[in-house]
Design a binder for this molecule. Structure first.
Ligand code: ATP
Ligand code: MG
Length: 218
């Protein structure tokens, strides 16, 4: 389960105070899928980053399963993320000096798995990128980089998957393939999915949708 209580984010910028996310309560049941929709700048990526423990909340709590991650120290939080969370960033966040296989293998290696490269190759094949294993991110198209980012997030078959516009750079057939992989994980591994999308057809495939407008959950 993903549970947020009175979760908020504000920043001070050049003397001015901005609230990016108003105090928000949200619950996503284990094994379910939820889409976050809303206009550009409404706080969707911020909400996702807070729920996944990638950004620090101004107030409120986030509980994932039975762990209140907002109460963990940096080291415990990093370990929790490594073991339980997959995250697809809106801007991919691939390591520029690592090729496609190495990018996908990295989180698995951090988990201490010695089959990391083998698993990474399998997931690259599933995302249709087996012919691009040795390419560096800069040598890949935007859509190919997105598929590496997807493979990296899926490869450890995490209990919780956060996906920020996971099909944003993909054409119809490639986007469809990624969505099928994602909902396969949801069905077969009981993966809880929280995704951000601008595509209403993608949102409609989730069990539930929530909308953000001006940092406020509707
Ligand atoms: N670190 C930051 N410093 C200053 N402003 C920020 C910061 N992070 C986010 N913002 C602002 O907060 C608002 C929400 O940003 P966010 O990235 O969450 O929006 P979004 O809903 O994901 O938009 P998009 O659909 O364009 O990706 C934006 O107006 C953005 O400029
Ligand atoms: Mg965003």
């Amino acid at each position: 389960m993903i549970s947020a209580k009175k979760l908020s984010k504000s920043i001070d910028l050049q003397g001015a105070h901005f609230t990016i996310l108003q105090p928000t309560d949200l619950e996503v049941a284990t094994g379910s899928s939820c889409a976050v929709v809303g206009p550009s700048g409404s706080g969707k990526s911020t909400l996702l980053a807070l729920l996944a423990g990638l950004d620090k909340a101004t107030s409120g709590t986030v509980t994932l399963g039975d762990v209140e991650i907002t109460a963990l120290n940096e080291e415990a939080l990093a370990r929790f993320r490594r073991d339980h969370i997959g995250f697809i960033f809106q801007n991919f966040q691939l390591m520029p000096t690592l090729n496609a296989v190495e990018n996908v293998a990295l989180p698995l290696q951090l988990q201490g798995r010695n089959d990391a490269h083998q698993i990474a190759r399998q997931w690259l094949a599933k995302t249709g990128l087996d012919h691009r294993e040795q390419h560096l991110p800069a040598q890949l198209s935007g859509g190919e980089q997105q598929r590496v980012a997807v493979a990296r997030a899926f490869a450890s078959e995490p209990a919780l998957l956060f996906a920020d516009e996971p099909t944003g750079s993909l054409d119809g057939p490639n986007g469809e393939q990624i969505l099928e992989l994602m909902f396969d994980l949801n069905r077969d591994q009981n993966t809880t999915i929280l995704l951000v999308t601008h595509d209403q057809r993608v949102a409609d495939r989730c069990d539930r949708q929530v909308a953000l407008v001006d940092g406020r959950l509707q």
